[in-house]
Design a protein around this ligand. Structure first.
Ligand code: URA
Length: 278
């Protein structure tokens, strides 16, 4: 391959990786739906789907398993009811995690590599909630371990916290493909689980990071520039706690000037933690 063609190929692969396309399924395009629905041997005019091959320039972690027929997800309202029942029946964080692992109402589980449940100390007095895992989180099975996670670690360290004294989770526990924004239906389906997780962790302070977490958990319509720094009452199901909205670390990586506002929010969280407990 000439250097020009090699560079063009690398650029194209980078473009695909940025867009979330990080697996090569086959050498040539094919109608995978037709293949998936041909139960027996593939029809003569449908090429068999080759096993997945790693792309040289894109970091991959793909299974060599043959393509399975995608499961049919239930209608969103049915899934929300199922999610509420499953979440309510979990008596502990361990049970909630098991419920989520078995839950088939959210199609994101089929594209994610694994469930990203939580990290940190479930005895903590403060719980941070983000939106949804990204690529690194999907690979490691832990929230906020990528670039925005490193910033989150620095932010909480600035007020004397770390993952042994804070608890971290997301509204959505599976990576949306290509890091796309979760749909409102996906958020509503996952909401009962994060609500129950908050109830079981029972923190004194809930920190909603970014618009999706703030709007989904606190039920506000205003954008994060208006809501950040404001205290809200949040009913966990068993008691009223304080909740605060702040910028998402991923936003702060793009808009570092707003770190000074996030710093104010962090100081407010520290002050609230230092207040004598009732
Ligand atoms: N962004 C999130 O909202 N959550 C993560 O876990 C990682 C990035």
């Amino acid at each position: 391959m000439t250097p020009d063609r090699a560079r063009a190929a690398r650029d194209l692969l980078d473009f695909y990786a940025e867009a979330g396309v990080d697996a090569l399924v086959a050498e040539a395009p094919g109608d995978r739906l037709a293949t998936a629905h041909a139960d027996a041997a593939p029809a003569a005019d449908v090429a068999p789907v080759p096993q997945r091959q790693p792309l040289a320039h894109v970091q991959l972690s793909v299974s060599a398993a043959p393509l399975a027929r995608p499961p049919v997800a239930p209608a969103p309202d049915v899934a929300v009811i199922a999610a509420r029942e499953a979440a309510r029946s979990a008596a502990s964080l361990g049970e909630l995690r098991t419920m989520l692992e078995k839950f088939e109402g959210c199609a994101l589980r089929t594209t994610a590599k694994q469930l990203v449940f939580a990290d940190g100390n479930p005895q903590s007095r403060v719980m941070f909630v983000g939106e949804a895992p990204g690529r690194e989180e999907d690979l490691e099975g832990l929230p906020f371990v990528g670039r925005s996670g490193k910033l989150l670690d620095q932010m909480i360290a600035a007020i004397g916290l770390d993952r042994t004294s804070a608890y971290i989770a997301n509204i959505i526990p599976w990576r949306p493909p290509g890091n796309r924004t979760p749909t409102p239906q996906e958020s509503q389906i996952c909401l009962p689980f994060i609500q129950r997780q908050i109830e079981l962790v029972n923190p004194d302070i809930l920190v909603c990071m970014g618009n999706p977490a703030t709007q989904t958990l606190l039920g506000v319509k205003d954008g994060i520039k208006r809501t950040r720094g404001r205290w809200f009452n949040f009913h966990t199901g068993t008691r009223e706690i304080r909740a605060i909205a702040t910028f998402h670390p991923a936003y702060l990586l793009r808009s570092p000037l707003d770190k000074r506002l996030a710093w104010r929010d962090l100081l407010a969280i520290r002050t609230a933690l230092d207040e004598p407990q009732a």
